[in-house]
Design a protein around this ligand. Structure first.
Ligand SMILES: [Zn+2]
Length: 429
């Protein structure tokens, strides 16, 4: 049984959900808190439910944000939010609560909910969203963000309407193998959903573009995928305060700017309130990929040094990358955001095997945010690393492993702009 086995409708429906949230928070002290983060234009409260183990310090936790219901008529999202909140207070989510602060905004757009109308924008964030989410993110810049939507009878892609459910690893780029990383996580979400009987597709930004820019006639797909992608990414501006300045710019999902501003792991999700005729099924099919995603944030993925969302590869690739530094999740987040916003002031880090026992790593920083602190990370086929030196002096390093290789993680502090070269000594392979 789901929390809601019917779709709450109208003002009465919104009140039912808000009442359930109040009751739930009251029954889960120490785990769940409610905050009013803003008001809709017609003066409804916009609520956020914070779920975490409040006995443990937030500095050690990832921040995950889940938004739902930005498009008023997308009925399915209404039952998914409470389902996720209930799950987060269950025993299965204990590790999530210990390692993350999860913030669920169950109804981003109460005005649209009450009127059962879109009352939003497909091409930009609304003024209310900029204000409300911008305020929330100033205090809680997310490590992961997922935005739930719901497709109805006439909705879907231009070539596939009325039935599909979709995981959308869009709003990312090829920078620092981010597309590969988002696909890796999307596939985990898809596998979890399939194991529970919910067939989801994974759609990239290029696929997504055809939802909006394609034509319904057979054989009328738009442009080339590359052209679409360049266009779509140019439509996002990460310089201002959670804001996309011109009204005709594109972001269907609330998480769009978060990737560009904070290197957040970002997903959209489309559940379906037409093909799934029972509200309880919509709730459960929405929950499963989300819980799989949340578990990722409490796992160490093979190329990551620490447990948490895979957001720490900031430049380069899996073989050589620039990583944040920090002793806990909070420090690493701050370091990540700082380096990410300076990423175009680093060259692509280089590596070279100069002989069988020596690897050179090289990185240049030519920005002004000094001293710049970061880590250079190399994936090595050797098991043992003998020493790492720069200009003849030994430098400290850490190692971590995946199932077939060793990662060396070398913290670096650059007092002034320039190039640093590191010599890594290892046994003959
Ligand atoms: Zn939508």
């Amino acid at each position: 049984m789901a929390v809601f086995n019917y779709i709450p409708i109208g003002e009465q429906g919104l009140k039912e959900i808000y009442q359930w949230l109040d009751d739930w928070v009251a029954r889960n002290k120490g785990l769940a808190q409610k905050k009013v983060i803003g008001k809709s234009p017609d003066r409804w409260d916009i609520l956020a439910i914070f779920i975490t183990n409040e006995a443990l310090p937030d500095d050690d936790k990832q921040i995950a944000v889940i938004t739902l219901g930005r498009h008023g008529q997308e009925l399915g999202t209404r039952v998914v939010g409470p389902e996720i909140i209930r799950y987060l207070c269950s025993s299965d989510a204990q590790e999530i609560r210990e390692t993350q602060v999860v913030i669920v905004v169950p109804v981003v757009n109460p005005e649209g909910f009450v009127s059962n109308e879109f009352r939003s924008s497909m091409t930009s964030l609304t003024k209310t969203e900029r204000l409300v989410l911008g305020g929330l993110f100033r205090e809680f810049p997310p490590d992961m963000m997922i935005d739930f939507h719901s497709l109805g009878e006439a909705a879907g892609s231009k070539y596939d309407r009325g039935d599909m459910e979709v995981i959308i690893p869009a709003n990312t780029t090829k920078w620092a193998v981010d597309e590969q990383i988002h696909q890796y996580v999307a596939r985990e979400m898809q596998k979890a959903a399939e194991s529970q009987g919910w067939p989801y597709e994974i759609h990239t930004l290029e696929d997504l573009a055809t939802y909006y820019f394609g034509d319904t006639k057979i054989g009328n797909m738009p442009w080339t995928s590359v052209k679409e992608k360049v266009y779509l990414l140019h439509m996002q501006d990460f310089y201002d305060n959670y804001h996309i300045p011109e009204e005709d710019q594109y972001t269907n999902y609330t998480c769009g700017p978060a990737y560009l501003k904070w290197h957040t792991l970002v997903f959209g999700l489309e559940t379906n309130h037409y093909a799934l005729s029972r509200a309880g099924d919509i709730a459960l099919s929405g929950l499963v990929p989300c819980s799989a995603l949340l578990k990722t944030g409490s796992t160490r993925l093979p190329w990551e040094k620490d447990k948490g969302y895979p957001v720490n590869n900031l430049h380069g690739d899996f073989r050589i990358s620039i990583r944040p530094i920090g002793r806990n999740a909070c420090e690493r987040r701050a370091s990540r955001i700082r380096i990410w916003n300076e990423r175009t002031n680093f060259n692509l880090p280089q590596r070279e095997t100069v002989d069988q026992e020596t690897t050179i790593g090289r990185v240049r920083y030519f920005g002004r945010d000094l001293p710049m602190e970061f880590a250079l990370c190399l994936r090595m086929r050797q098991n043992n690393i003998k020493s790492i030196t720069t200009q003849g002096k030994e430098v400290p390093f850490e190692i971590f492993k995946d199932n077939c290789s060793t990662f060396v993680y070398i913290p670096i502090m650059m007092e002034k702009a320039g190039t640093i070269e590191l010599m890594i000594k290892h046994p003959y392979p």
